[in-house]
Design a protein around this ligand. Structure first.
Ligand code: ADP
Ligand code: MG
Ligand code: ZN
Length: 487
């Protein structure tokens, strides 16, 4: 098969975290009784007029700044006309010829390859549509419409057609999600629909013009986007290899069958008859708003990651994981503020704490153990007050009971035994109780040291300082301090 070039571009919709909808005061929330958060404006009743939500604009400006896009001082609302049952006005208010911002970028870092800068062509604001729901009522199959989502504020982020592989698309989405969350612009959760992605892909012979793009819709996880793109690339390559032509169309990803298939009805043949929205004035972004948004911009995930690698000595994968979720990053920083040991903190958070939380189905924001408490626990280990093993036990119990791990250590008397005389006393007892093993050891079976250590540890419920125990046992077994024969 001739090598065919691949071109991918992503259109991402993210729901903004505004409390109210884009053009009315109806509250925004997920789920709930259908059609309870509606008003004449979002239901499109005659005579109702939209008023643009300032907070939505502020968030979209913040996002634009976060991805280095140029925010246009004046942009324009536009009507996108089409008929659909979940769209009561018969049009969506969006932006078209004059979007809020353009020419941004995100960097992706495919493993083992140089990083790439992926252009963002445009970012614009638009309102969401309602939701059709299909189910049964008694014996009848019914379709209903829930308008609660109708009019909710979205930003659309349109990438340039420059992604080359499904993996790059995946990394781009990860990076975008991290930025959306870190800036507080969107919860960016595909599960609840606050992040949605349409993936465009085409293939072409090297040196020839690009192929016709296929838009894959309805993909609801990043992994599915990657799979759907891989499938689509194979399908298009095979079509071209057969001498066929790829059609410009919208397709759906069918997760059950692991394939894309054409959407019923040629939805892409829509002519949206865009025109400037007559009910709204031009969208103006003042210098003040620009300055405020810039001021609100937090440290972005990749900057944080680089800082954690540079200043705290974390490995790149650890720093990456810790910085891609703002809640996790904040938690980690809190652990470090208390423990002052970033590397230990990273491993405790990523392995032990997340392990405990995952087992209980909890998110980091629901952790029963606070960052400060975990920091204290790490300090106890660092000061040799408890062993790592005991610390893990305390952490598990803390997650179970919601009590502080340090308190648990105290109450159970789990502090490590570092008292030389006490350790010597216990070691002597163990040595005296096992004369045969002592003989064997002295005849050269030095591996038996471990046998004695584990006995002392068991006797002390794991609390004896293992380094001191080994030292003491070696001394006793070598016989330098009189061995077993005490006069
Ligand atoms: P529409 O809204 O009609 O879908 P847009 O211009 O908003 O069109 O979005 C088109 C998307 O498709 C962009 O993300 C762009 O990068 C991508 N795209 C454009 N041309 C191609 C192509 N030949 N192959 C793959 N993707 C493409
Ligand atoms: Mg589109
Ligand atoms: Zn409303």
């Amino acid at each position: 098969m001739t090598r065919l070039g691949v071109v991918i571009g992503l259109e991402v919709h993210a729901q903004l975290t505004t409390r109210t909808k884009l053009f009315c005061g109806c509250p925004v929330a997920f789920g709930g009784e259908p059609n309870t958060r509606v008003c004449p404006v979002c239901l499109g009743l005659p005579g109702a007029l939209p008023v643009a939500n300032r907070e939505a604009l502020r968030l979209a400006v913040r996002l634009s700044q976060a991805v280095g896009a140029k925010v246009h001082h004046v942009s324009q609302w536009a009507r996108k006309n089409y008929f659909y049952p979940d769209l009561p006005k018969g049009y969506q208010i969006s932006q078209y010829q004059r979007p809020l911002s353009s020419s941004g970028y995100l960097r992706v870092e495919p493993e083992g390859e140089p990083p790439r800068t992926i252009g963002i062509d445009r970012i614009h604001l638009e309102e969401d549509a309602g939701k059709s729901m299909h189910g049964s009522l008694g014996d009848e199959t019914v379709s209903g419409i829930d308008f609660n989502r109708c009019g909710v504020a979205l930003v659309e982020i349109v990438s340039a057609p420059v992604l080359r592989t499904p993996q790059e698309a995946y990394l781009y989405l990860e990076r975008l999600r991290a930025v959306l969350r870190a800036t507080g612009v969107s919860e960016a959760d595909m599960q609840t629909g606050s992040l949605r992605c349409d993936a465009n892909v085409s293939v072409h012979r090297e040196g020839e013009p690009w192929g016709r793009r296929v838009e894959v819709k309805n993909v609801n996880s990043f992994r599915f986007v990657r799979r759907a793109l891989a499938f689509e690339i194979d399908r298009q390559r095979a079509t071209v290899a057969r001498g066929g032509e790829v059609e410009h169309e919208s397709r759906l990803w069918d997760e059950q069958r692991c394939e894309t298939r054409p959407m019923r009805g040629k939805e892409e043949l829509h002519d949206y008859r865009y025109f400037p929205e007559p009910d709204l004035p031009a969208l103006v972004v003042s210098e003040t708003l620009m300055a405020e948004a810039a001021h609100e911009l937090p440290e972005l995930p990749h900057a944080r990651r680089d800082r954690l690698v540079r200043d705290s000595g974390l490995s790149v994968p650890d720093a990456h994981r810790l910085s891609s979720e703002p809640d996790l990053a904040e938690y980690f920083e809190q652990v470090v503020r208390v423990s002052r040991r970033p590397r230990e903190a990273a491993s405790w958070v990523l392995t032990e704490l997340l392990g405990e939380l995952n087992r209980r189905g909890l998110g980091i924001d629901q952790s029963p153990v606070s960052g400060e408490q975990l920091g204290e626990l790490i300090q106890l280990v660092a000061a040799n007050t408890i062993s790592g093993k005991i610390a893990k036990r305390a952490l598990a119990l803390a997650c179970e009971t919601g009590r502080s791990p340090a308190e648990i250590v105290e109450q159970h008397g789990w502090r490590q035994i570092s008292d030389q005389r006490l350790i010597e006393h216990i070691c002597r007892e163990i040595v005296e109780a096992h004369p045969e093993q002592v003989m064997a050891y002295r005849r050269g079976k030095s591996g038996l040291l471990g046998y004695f250590v584990s006995r002392v540890m068991a006797r002390t419920s794991g609390q004896a300082n293992p380094a001191l125990v080994s030292q003491m046992l070696t001394r006793l077994l070598e016989g330098c301090s009189g061995g077993t024969g005490r006069e």
